[in-house]
Design a binder for this molecule. Structure first.
Ligand code: GCB
Length: 573
């Protein structure tokens, strides 16, 4: 899926701004025809979650309605016109000029409608958004309590996951055009042969035609024309490989030709790199790597989970400052812009679907699994061309103790591997040794909280358990092991000597001890601290002030003791 581009043949208009907004507590909007105009609206910012913008928005998960008016720019006429939502959480129904365009389920992934025929000179766009938590949704909520299903029902609102269930139009809404004959999609993979980089390109077009590819960078320009085929390989002599510390990107221009005249164009950055698993090592460009980084959340005061360019820059800067080289998009795909910058700045990314808190009780299971497949397809379609993405994570902490889990993950992993033959596929588990799905994964990713949820206050014991546990997991699966979460809450400004839970000292000591244990294990291919920053959760007895304080930076991005410690450890490594 190509992100909307603006060039000689294509236009983009960003519909961000103040939209009209109305909650629908009686759920009467559809029946009363609100899609034709909202009766009593007030302004709201788009993109942003609605919850922290308005007093009654806080624990309100909808339904709610948005509307905006836009005029079709003159340059859009005579072109195919599309409307793209980068992310609406959770369920979106969309009308243009009173005509229903369609619906989309699931936040954090884009959806597009072609609107060439319903679009007018002046338009009314209306969106109904609903973010209720339900057992047959992913991520789920309002799940009947089962003691084996961690987190179920302990939160208000009743999320089966540990972050606030922010709702709304959370990323940009874009109006864009393509020509009638157009490039629809480009898929890029790369391989390395000696000093040569091979860039494999597959292009999908509306009509069979001739294509011209131009790859430029590092003083080289490679041009190739292809007809009668949509695939080719570009050979780059003395290739500058992409990797952290040297995020070398080439520019690929693809032109669609009518005879020899270009009639459409799409541009993409290209990073030449390989990623592979060999025995218990994770190899980037053929060399073993060990990830140092974080889990994170798209989360900030007032905007909630809304797209905020300055926050993206800030978080990359914090990661750079601390010496991190990687992150996992916990627990849902991040914005396209975040991913673009990972390519540019040289961060390695484990890209995760929104499948968090997945459980395998029979009720609603078919629907949940269908959504998991949809998210896997949508995520890979969106992020397949990013050199920064080195693995797909298809779930975080599924409650996989039921037998249905193994087969379900086997199918899901197969799907991901069919869609992308180049990247390792995994799930992230808290079960570890008993996680049957690890047999089908390329990487073994475990979240570990010894010294926090177990062995509270007893760090030496925690480190011992961690060590034994990791060795046992490695012995069983013989694959690279990544500790994709470990951490302790530290309430900013809380100090204790000797260290005590919730103090900054305890958090720092725990992270240091975990990293020390992992440094003695050659099979550990990654350590991701939970979390980069403190973040908002739903309310629960174990979440003071509705916050998870496991950030090494505060929610407003100031360092705790642990951030300074990591900087010392990671910068010198
Ligand atoms: C986990 C979850 C993460 C939570 C974290 C915690 O295992 O994957 O979403 O926030 O633990 O702090 O409890």
């Amino acid at each position: 899926m190509l992100y909307p581009q603006s060039n000689t043949y294509r236009q983009v208009k960003d519909l961000s701004g103040f939209w009209d907004f109305q909650f629908d507590p009686q759920n009467q909007g559809v029946q009363k025809g609100w899609h034709k105009a909202l009766p009593q609206s007030r302004p709201i910012a788009v993109p942003a979650s609605w919850n922290d913008q308005l007093e009654e928005g806080k624990n309100n998960l909808g339904p709610a309605w948005y509307q905006t008016r836009f005029d079709l720019p003159s340059g859009f006429k005579g072109q195919k016109v599309f409307l793209r939502f980068d992310s609406v959480n959770y369920l979106a129904d969309v009308w243009l000029n009173g005509v229903k365009l369609g619906s989309h389920e699931g936040g954090h992934l884009p959806f597009v409608f072609e609107i060439t025929s319903p679009v007018l000179n002046s338009n009314l766009l209306v969106v109904r958004v609903e973010g209720q938590l339900a057992p047959d949704r992913v991520p789920p909520g309002n799940v009947t309590f089962d003691p084996k299903d961690a987190f179920a029902n302990s939160f208000y609102p009743s999320a089966s996951f540990d972050f606030f269930p922010y709702c709304g139009i959370q990323r940009p809404v874009l109006l864009y055009t393509t020509p009638e004959s157009a490039i629809q999609d480009i898929t890029i993979t790369s391989s390395i042969k000696g000093s040569k980089g091979l860039v494999h390109v597959n292009i999908k077009t509306t009509h069979p035609s001739t294509l011209r590819l131009t790859l430029t960078g590092f003083g080289k320009k490679i041009v190739k024309e292809i007809s009668n085929s949509n695939s080719t390989t570009l050979e780059v002599p003395q290739a500058h490989l992409w990797q952290p510390g040297a995020p070398n990107l080439y520019d690929l221009k693809v032109e669609l030709l009518d005879y020899s005249f270009p009639i459409d164009q799409a541009d993409l950055p290209v990073g030449i790199r390989t990623i592979a698993v060999k025995k218990d090592k994770l190899l980037l460009n053929g060399k073993p790597i060990k990830l140092k980084g974080f889990g994170r959340h798209e989360d900030f005061a007032v905007i909630g989970r809304g797209y905020m360019p300055a926050l993206i820059i800030k978080d990359y800067d914090l990661m750079r400052w601390v010496g991190a080289d990687s992150f996992r998009t916990t627990h849902y795909p991040y914005s396209d812009q975040m991913m673009d910058l990972a390519d540019k700045l040289g961060f390695l990314v484990i890209a995760e679907t929104p499948a968090v808190g997945l459980f395998f009780k029979p009720e609603g299971l078919a629907k949940r699994l269908k959504l998991c497949r949809q998210y896997t397809e949508e995520l890979i379609a969106r992020d397949k061309n990013h050199p920064s993405v080195i693995a797909w994570s298809l779930a975080n902490e599924p409650h996989s103790h039921r037998p249905a889990a193994r087969g379900s993950f086997k199918n899901l992993i197969q799907l991901a591997k069919k869609l992308d033959k180049t990247r390792p596929v995994t799930i992230v588990s808290y079960i570890g040794l008993k996680e049957e799905a690890f047999r089908d994964c390329d990487l073994v990713c475990v979240n570990r909280y010894y010294g926090w949820y177990s062995e509270p206050g007893r760090l030496p014991e925690a480190f011992q358990k961690l060590s034994l546990d990791l060795d046992a997991i490695h012995k069983k699966y013989k694959k690279p092991v990544l500790v994709t979460e470990f951490g302790a809450d530290a309430i900013p400004g809380t100090h204790a000597n000797p260290p005590e839970m919730y103090s900054e000292e305890y958090q720092a000591e725990m992270l240091e001890g975990y990293l020390k244990v992992m440094s003695t294990k050659p099979y550990v291919a990654g350590a991701h601290v939970w979390n980069l920053c403190d973040f908002k959760t739903a309310q629960a007895a174990h979440r003071p002030a509705g916050m998870n304080y496991k950030g090494v930076f505060t929610r407003d991005r100031q360092p705790k003791l642990a951030a300074h410690l990591l900087r010392k450890l990671w910068k010198k490594a």
